[in-house]
Design a binder for this molecule. Structure first.
Ligand SMILES: [Zn+2]
Length: 275
């Protein structure tokens, strides 16, 4: 039986994290956040460690040294540029878990720079280094622009609703939803189309300045589109297509090329490849 005491803990935990405020995204858009970017990083760490720990126990973390080296080089260059532009990310625990799962076409980056990359994404789309740089740049940009905190804020609003329903229905399972679940819930929620456009632009710039071809942003989304005709990849459920995504990316190519005309490769920041 549910008692009022058992309800207090999750509700209190959620309320303790509440920090209603307005932040500003890198493009100057107002962001309404129920959770601070710092709290989002903290909750993401807990969620990441448990997710990756479970994958490790199932033996699903990739151990191929070539793949780990490739992902480490590409992501490490993106991180170098990210830390230049967003100095507070210098304290982040940048890391990538490469998940050996040929069926899953997905990648994500949580608040605080903790990433996951599924081998299905690389294999099914036959990604070039340039395309892989674009997709990881896009994911890192969601974290840099506080999109994780925005998604967690939405998950939080939902969770508070769930707790309220749990009270009404005397359902302890529903009421047990705690703050640490928010980061996981947030991963399932789609980004807004506005957030997608921001991540497209910031990600393309990170990848180009890191030394990768901006045209690969266009071919990447073309490949994603052709794949979705057969079976919609997981990735597309969390990354809804903004209006004219490919035309908009194409339009930005000349500006991007001017940022690094000789495609000089950025130095590689050493990041953790989880194993
Ligand atoms: Zn996205």
């Amino acid at each position: 039986m549910m008692t009022s005491t058992t309800l207090k803990l999750p509700t209190f935990t959620i309320m303790a994290l509440l920090l209603v405020g307005c932040a500003s995204s890198p493009t100057g858009r107002n962001q309404f956040l129920l959770i601070s970017p710092e709290a989002a990083i903290l909750e993401s760490e807990t969620a990441y460690l448990s997710t990756v720990g479970a994958l490790d126990e199932e033996g699903k973390l990739a151990t191929d040294p070539n793949l780990m080296g490739r992902v480490g080089r590409i992501t490490g260059r993106l991180v170098t540029i990210a830390e230049e532009d967003f100095p507070n990310s210098q304290d982040w625990q940048w890391s990538v878990a490469i998940i050996d799962d040929p069926e899953t076409v997905n990648a994500w980056c949580m608040a605080g720079g903790r990433m996951a990359l599924y081998t299905g994404l690389i294999d099914q789309l036959e990604l070039t280094d340039d395309e892989l740089a674009q997709i990881m740049g896009h994911e890192i940009s969601h974290a840099l622009a506080n999109h994780t905190a925005e998604r967690m804020s939405r998950a939080m609003a939902t969770t508070i609703g769930v707790v309220a329903v749990g009270v009404a229905a005397d359902n302890s399972a529903a009421a047990m939803a705690g703050a640490a679940l928010l980061a996981n819930l947030a991963l399932e929620l789609p980004n807004s189309r506005v957030a997608e456009t921001e991540a497209d632009t910031i990600g393309m710039e990170l990848a180009t300045r890191a030394g990768y071809d901006p045209e690969a942003a266009v071919t990447l989304w073309q490949k994603m589109g052709s794949l979705s005709e057969e079976r919609p990849p997981e990735f597309l459920s969390t990354h809804p297509e903004p209006e004219n995504r490919q035309a908009e990316l194409q339009r930005q190519i000349p500006t991007m090329l001017a940022l690094n005309p000789n495609r000089v490769k950025a130095p590689i920041t050493e990041i953790e490849i989880v194993r």
